[in-house]
Design a protein around this ligand. Structure first.
Ligand code: SF4
Ligand code: FES
Length: 331
């Protein structure tokens, strides 16, 4: 089993484990950010470079450092490898450069973006971004389009991470969208603006790390941090039926998959990714459609839990009639 040291923490991992996966096993700040890698989607990663790390020692056999930062999501661990993430100031600078590139075209329209509060690029720009852009040229701009009745594509915000394309390939029964063109004219699009109509197409919303794909049934209904996320489940023949309901009082504003600490879909107890079907996501918008389990603990990335979770902890779920009681302190 190869041994790798990342930011001073040593861990033994299985052959073939990537640096990013090893860093996630250590956890916390040691794990680099990842905008395109998604462990539940095969062949993801390698597009965005936010996960770069500095390899100061290649391996026990060949201790030479790697000459430039490497994408940790695509680089397997070698025995004796030494890696720096947060502890190398020049690497942190290099990552700030990556963020600056991503922000060349991405508008900082967080105040009106539905993804605000749970956007990985928003977090990165707080951590690394410059207060103004050095870019003088015209930015890419696209009209917003509806790809089907439930999904809005705002291509101007897309960072071309390919996650949604891989969901269409690997989770849906067919793929009718993809990346058209190349270089600075690349764009996510459906061919002749078709709708995404697979039963599982709504999952593209959950994997999108920015606000390029949003839920039309939730758009502009509420800032996400004003909602109360609760875990819920229902008997569904098509999917696992395990979700998070974002509630306002008794109203279900949004239904999403349950996400883990890395912002990826959680596995079900059977060990499969807990993707949701469109019926559960878009049509079951009443609390009585669901069995509510309790308040969701949201602990990373997010302002969602700020200021109110202490109060929300006092909430009780009246399971017999699916009501949240004692919610006066919320918001
Ligand atoms: S639309 Fe979202 S998920 Fe799809 S490539 Fe763009 S940023 Fe990635
Ligand atoms: S997360 Fe590794 S390149 Fe995007």
């Amino acid at each position: 089993m190869p041994k790798v040291t990342i930011d001073g923490h040593t861990i033994e991992v299985a052959e073939g484990t990537t640096i990013l996966e090893a860093a996630r096993m250590i956890g916390g700040e040691v794990a680099p950010p990842a905008m395109c890698f998604y462990s539940k989607l095969k062949t993801s990663g390698g597009y965005c470079r936010t996960c770069i790390v500095k390899v100061t020692k290649g391996s026990e056999k060949d201790p030479r450092p790697m000459p430039k930062p490497v994408a940790s999501c695509r680089t397997p661990v070698m025995d004796g490898m030494e890696v720096q993430n947060k502890t190398a100031p020049d690497l942190v600078d290099a990552r700030a450069g990556v963020v600056e590139f991503l922000l060349i075209n991405h508008p900082l329209d967080c105040p009106i973006c539905d993804q605000a509060g749970e956007c990985h690029l928003q977090d990165l720009s707080y951590e690394h971004g410059l207060s103004k852009s050095r870019y003088d040229f015209k930015r890419r701009e696209f009209d917003k389009i509806d790809i089907g009745p439930n999904i809005k594509l705002h291509m101007t915000r897309c960072i071309l991470c390919y996650r949604c394309v891989k969901v269409a390939e690997q989770v849906c029964d067919s793929r009718v969208h993809g990346v058209l063109n190349r270089g600075d004219v690349s764009e996510i699009s459906t061919h002749i603006e078709q709708a995404l109509d697979s039963d599982f197409s709504g999952n593209v919303i959950d994997v999108c790390p920015v606000g390029a794909l949003t839920d039309r049934t939730f758009r502009f209904k509420s800032r996400v941090w004003f909602t109360k996320p609760v875990d819920a489940h229902r008997d569904c023949k098509k999917c696992c039926g395990r979700s998070v309901l974002y509630m306002n009082g008794q109203e279900v504003l949004r239904v999403s998959v349950r996400k883990d600490t890395w912002g990826e879909v959680e596995n079900t107890p059977e060990g499969n990714p807990g993707w949701l079907c469109n019926e559960c996501r878009f049509e079951k918008k009443s609390a009585s459609d669901w069995s509510i389990e309790g308040v969701r603990n949201i602990d990373r990335h997010s302002v969602i839990s700020q200021n109110k979770y202490l109060e929300v902890k006092n909430l009780k779920i009246d399971v017999s009639n699916q009501k949240l009681i004692g919610e006066k302190a919320h918001n």
